[in-house]
Write a protein that binds this ligand. Sequence first.
Ligand code: ADP
Ligand code: ZN
Length: 735
Amino acid sequence: MTSVADIAVCLPISGTLTYRIPDGIAAEITPGKRVVVQVKNKLLAGIVWKVYSARELPGLKPIREIVEPEPVFTPELMKLAEWISDYYVAPLGEVVASMGPPQPGFKQLYRLAKDPGDLTMAILEAEQPEKARILEVMRDGKARSMESLRRKTALKSLGRHLDQLVKQGYLKRQMILKARRPKADGPFNEGASEPVSRHNLTSHQRIAYDAIAGAIDDRAFKVFLLHGVTGSGKTEVYLRAINHALSKGRKALYLVPEIGLTPQVMERVGGVFGGRCAVLHSQLSSGERYRTWQAIRRGQIDVVVGPRSAVFAPLADLGIIVIDEEHDASYKQQESPRYNAREVAIMRAKMAHCTAVLGSATPSMESYFNALNGRYHLCQLPERIAGGKLPQVEIVDLRSCDEAQPVTPRAQSEIIKSVDQKEQVLLFINRRGYSNYIQCTECGYVPKCRNCNVTLTYHLGSRELRCHYCDYVESGPQACPKCAGSKIAYVGAGTQRIEQWLTSLFPDISCKRFDKDAIRRKGKAEEVLADFTSGLVGFLVGTQMVAKGHDFKHVGLVVVANADVTMNLPDFRSAERTFQILTQVAGRAGRGEVPGRVIVQTFNPDHHSLAFVANHDYRGFYHGEIALRRDLNYPPFRRLARIVVEARKQSDAERGATIFSKIANRLARKYPGAFEVVGPARAPLAKVRNVYRWHLLIKAQRTKSLGGFIRRCLGMVPPGHKERFIVDVDPQLLM
Ligand code: ADP
Ligand code: ZN
């Protein structure tokens, strides 16, 4: 018998790999530690998953090295990783890589293991001059990297010679950590604490808080859905509940949908909990992330704030997990592992016997459904704080308006009114760039991306046409490339067009843009938001990034330039998305003293979600929408998985999708009523970056069986095809 360990290496393989534990380090190899192992002829980092003894197997490779003395994963996180891998049909290695603490860089060095002696050197020089050359360099005893040896010896197949010298026992390999040792005390012990609140809770807040605090006291797994209109004091409830968990000696996790919201949340959280809280997100430098992760792991941090990846913060003894804006699609990762941080958070809470609080003004259909059927506990904050009124919403029909103007006369007169009253104005359009696309008015030609099946977007500053999927760029034409016609129409305003229109009409009022292009530079987002919050900037034009969570105090008017952008997506959630985004953006108006006004421009004024937005009627919207979902067998009545089949050739993608659907249909017939296969069909985004895309949907009656069903189907796909199968469980986008 010998000691072996299963290692999860960061590779797209479904399980773990087994390695022998060398005697010298046996005591230190425990689950959760990071080690170095050899896979094929590469050295990779991996996490020790399981340690056990097994019959001696020939050819079992040894673990090379322990990277860090402390484990980087807790047993709880390992269990969570297994659940994610299973539920989302994702390779364990990819799950671990995406959850894991940042890798401290390490490099491989060579060192002399035994001196060959002059006689051997003489023989080698005659027979194997390359090896002699390497050993000559190495005989001084210094450790060297492969690059340094390459420079010194100028040998061609250096790697092969080195391998042989290691085998013959002349050289040994060594791993050296590149990362600086984590500092003892990072930026964590600063900041004085403010009282958690200067306010007395309203009666609604009190009811919610008492229920949540009670669950924390009971160490019970319980999920609360805090449904509160915008500005109703949800954050206040989160902070008090976190404070309660901390007072019991437990820890807290506070998730926000987007990195952009962390500074604002940290200001409030940090104000209360000072040095006991930390931010964890992917834009920290790897050194910062590594240090923060270690500090959390050691129990030096009580509250972690961050976007979806923060759900993996290695906090022990969690008392509460807050998921703010729980409906937000950003919680879903759009690459493997395609997890939804909201669902992961709930599973984590379940494993840790802790309380989860989902908060939103516009809960997802799934969460509200669970709240009504008793799986979650519903708490409501139906009113704005201090009698604040919800804004007046007016729908303006674009059909009768001059299409050349991005803003209707009706909205323009409201803007003027706001300017006169010294209020700020927020303009929302869910589309960046100048115009959605350009079109020759003579021949009708529309330039499209050569790599993707989408139209190109015109950008003003650079006068370029850009693809928003692959970043392909070409210069904007002066004349139509097809018919040489000179009249080019800029169809569908984007943020740049609105910004230009505003600055030309109101040259004295400062106007800023807030979209992916405008905030590319680090720190720019904070700068723009700070300028708008302080009142330095009068107009803010932005995409959905401005709709989320910001507590602007002086916005009197919100103009939605075109509500149809989200409404017309080929996705069963498009009505839900439209309702959510319009309600959220409308909620930015009238949060201070001034009552707010909202203008929604649309070509589709009779769309059913708009009336509910205007009446602030979430329940009305929910009940209409849930009936549709029931009729059409969509979530929350079914679990959904989407299989995207990608290939370089259209016919390969189509064939792969057809094969998969045949296999799935055959398997589904064995379980009558349990699974339904929809498709295959060309994906709405039929071609991206020169890759053709087909897709199909699988609807499952029960949650548990879906992953297993898909794995069985994938296992039956004959090997050797040119297509790639992408599995997306609980997809948020069907494009
Ligand atoms: P939400 O998170 O629901 O949008 P917030 O928690 O940000 O709402 O509250 C909106 C505003 O009301 C904040 O400025 C907050 O300080 C204030 N506020 C919250 N609760 C109370 C309260 N009980 N009494 C007075 N003001 C409050
Ligand atoms: Zn493209």
